[in-house]
Design a protein around this ligand. Structure first.
Ligand code: HPA
Length: 277
C-alpha cells in the first residue's frame, strides 16, 4: 500500500472505530482542546468517552495537559465531539498524523470545527489570560498535511482565503459581547517547536504581522478546509512571547494561565456552540 492510500485508509479505519463507539450519536461540531483546556470535555452531557488506545492510528499523546481521549456528548442541545489531546508535529508525528483526527471527524459528518490552543502573546497589549479569536494564520511549521497524493474528497490546491469562517467569527464576537467575555482578535503564527522562540524570532514574527504564536492548529485547519469544514479558532494567551517580559518561558506557566481562563473560555465555547445553525 502506498503512503497516501495508507493515510486515506487510516482515516477511514479511525472514523469507523469512533463511529462504532458513539452509540448512534451523530456529532455535527467538533472542539479541539488545547493545553490545559481539557476541562471543556467534562461539561458535555450524556457523554461517551473513547480512549485513543481504542482508535487505530491515533497515537497516545506525550504532552502533559493533553489527555488522549475523544468525548462525545451534548452541549447546548448540540451533539459535540471533543478532542482532548491533539497530535503535534514536534512530537515527531508526520503532518498527516497531526490532521488525522480532523479528517476522521469530517468522515463522521462533522461540519464545524472549533479549535482552541495555548499561545504566546506577541501583540504588546496581550497579557496572559487574554482570549484571542484567530482571524487568520501564518503556517511556519514547514509542514503541510496535504502534500503527496490527493486524498478522496480533497482537491490539489485548496482555497485558503477564509480559513477561519467570517460568519463564525462574527457570531463569536456577538456571543462574547452577550456573555461579557473580553475577546480580542488577531493573527496566529504556527511554528514547529518544540523550543519556544528566541527574542529575535519574536521580533521577526511581530514585523510579519503575527499577534500570537504557538505550535498547533494550522495543520489541522489546513486539512479541515481541504474537507470543506468551517473553522473557528480561539487562542488563550498564556504568556508574553520571548523577549517581551523578564519571565522565562515554561510549560507550567502555560498550564497555570490555561486554568485561570476556564470560566470565560467555557462560557464562550458553549455560547458559540449553542448559537450555531
Ligand atoms: N510560544 C510558542 N508556543 C506557545 C507559547 C509560546 O510563547 N505559549 C504557549 N504555546
Amino acid at each position: 500500500m502506498s503512503g497516501i492510500t495508507g493515510e486515506a485508509h487510516a482515516v477511514t479505519v479511525a472514523a469507523e472505530a469512533i463511529r462504532s463507539r458513539l452509540g448512534g450519536r451523530t456529532p455535527t461540531v467538533a472542539v479541539v482542546l488545547g493545553s490545559g483546556l481539557g476541562f471543556l470535555a467534562d461539561t458535555l452531557g450524556d457523554a461517551v468517552r473513547i480512549r485513543y488506545a481504542d482508535i487505530p492510528g491515533f497515537p497516545v499523546p506525550s504532552v502533559v495537559g493533553h489527555a488522549g481521549e475523544l468525548v462525545c456528548g451534548t452541549l447546548e442541545g448540540k451533539t459535540v465531539l471533543a478532542q482532548s489531546g491533539r497530535f503535534h508535529a514536534y512530537e515527531g508525528h508526520e503532518a498527516a498524523v497531526t490532521a488525522r483526527a480532523v479528517r476522521a471527524f469530517a468522515e463522521l459528518g462533522v461540519g464545524t470545527l472549533l479549535l482552541t490552543n495555548a499561545a504566546g502573546g506577541i501583540r504588546r497589549t496581550f497579557r496572559p489570560g487574554t482570549l484571542m479569536l484567530i482571524s487568520d494564520h501564518v503556517n511556519l511549521t514547514g509542514r503541510n498535511p496535504l502534500t503527496g497524493h490527493v486524498l478522496p474528497g480533497e482537491t490539489r490546491f485548496p482555497d485558503m482565503s477564509d480559513p477561519y469562517d467570517r460568519h463564525l467569527r462574527a457570531l463569536a464576537h456577538e456571543v462574547a459581547r452577550q456573555r461579557g467575555v473580553h475577546l480580542e482578535e488577531g493573527v496566529y503564527v504556527g511554528l514547529l517547536g518544540p523550543t519556544y522562540e528566541t527574542p529575535a524570532e519574536i521580533r521577526m514574527l511581530d514585523r510579519m504581522g503575527g499577534d500570537a504564536v504557538g505550535m498547533s492548529t494550522v495543520l489541522e485547519v489546513i486539512a479541515a478546509r481541504a474537507r470543506g469544514m468551517r473553522c473557528l479558532g480561539i487562542s488563550t494567551i498564556t504568556i508574553f512571547a520571548s523577549g517581551l517580559s523578564a519571565q522565562t518561558l515554561d510549560h507550567s506557566a502555560v498550564m497555570d494561565v490555561a486554568n485561570r481562563v476556564k470560566d470565560g473560555l467555557g462560557s464562550l465555547v458553549s455560547g458559540i456552540v449553542g448559537a450555531l445553525d
